[in-house]
Design a protein around this ligand. Structure first.
Ligand SMILES: [Zn+2]
Length: 91
């Protein structure tokens, strides 16, 4: 049975263009994924998005396999988030 959270958010697998699964993210709303809030990253198999202690704004996060930049830490609407490098990430 799906809870309230699951009805509002869609679980999205986030992959690098090299095929590595970098995160499973709970996306709200429709449209293209542009950012990921840390608190909605459900799975972090490569341990890239752990945010304790908080990653500094402006920190680049690179793919551990192909070393391309997956995204950059930013503040979005007052919350820490990763701005997605859309050329590299696919969902
Ligand atoms: Zn990669």
């Amino acid at each position: 049975m799906l809870g309230f959270e699951m009805t509002r958010f869609k679980s999205l697998s986030i992959e690098c263009q090299c095929g590595l699964l970098v995160a499973v993210y709970l996306k709200g709303g429709s449209g293209r994924l542009r950012k990921m809030y840390f608190r909605r990253i459900k799975e972090d198999p490569e341990y890239l998005f752990h945010n304790e202690p908080p990653l500094a704004i402006g920190t680049d996060i690179d793919c551990p396999q192909c070393h391309k930049r997956i995204g950059t830490v930013a503040r979005v609407s007052g919350h820490a988030a990763v701005k997605i490098n859309q050329g590299v990430i696919r969902t």
